[in-house]
Design a protein. Structure first.
Length: 177
């Protein structure tokens, strides 16, 4: 059961993930959480950093799809002007949102990586959907009230994972760093 929470990779920030390294692993699409992964949870709008990174991924033929548990209104407002596809109300940790996005964009499981800042939603959902995962550090140290509950359990799960997988449970600059 603890393996359900083990990410494929741990990277400090999504903005360091290299398209070339993703392609070496056969990945052509990043499914990403929104809050505290792409933008701060309390920021209603996209940042210039997100815009540049999305353009960079497009230039390297990597598709970025936001898979969020947030409402349609929250996600569409946050991504306004970026021309990024998304799945709202994704019901993570279930595989529902990831599977819906995969089918919508005709992607195989091997082509997708799910990125997120939470073990108990994003990484667990990736395992449930049988796709690779990248766990990133939250962009800011605060969380919405309902996420704080997950963070409490996440700290305990991380300690167990770290004991079991000493060599791989290390924050890196990029995948396979």
């Amino acid at each position: 059961m603890i393996n359900w929470f083990k990410p494929t990779w741990m990277v400090k920030t999504i903005y360091n993930v290299s398209p070339a390294r993703l392609k070496r692993h056969g990945i052509s699409a990043i499914f990403s959480d929104l809050d505290n992964t792409l933008i701060a949870w309390n920021n209603p709008d996209a940042t210039i950093q997100l815009k540049h990174w999305a353009d960079y991924l497009r230039h390297h033929q990597i598709q970025l799809v936001v898979v969020s548990n947030n409402t349609h209104h929250r996600v569409s407002k946050a991504l306004q002007g970026l021309n990024l596809p998304f799945v709202s109300w994704s019901m993570k940790p279930s595989a529902f949102g990831i599977t819906r996005a995969r089918h919508r964009y005709h992607l195989k499981k091997e082509q997708v990586v799910m990125v997120g800042d939470q073990l108990m939603t994003d990484i667990w959902a990736a395992h449930n959907a049988h796709v690779k995962s990248i766990w990133v550090q939250p962009l800011i140290k605060t969380d919405k009230w309902n996420t704080r509950i997950n963070r409490f359990f996440e700290r305990r799960i991380f300690h167990i994972l770290k004991r079991k997988y000493r060599q791989t449970m290390i924050w890196r600059g990029d995948i396979n760093d």
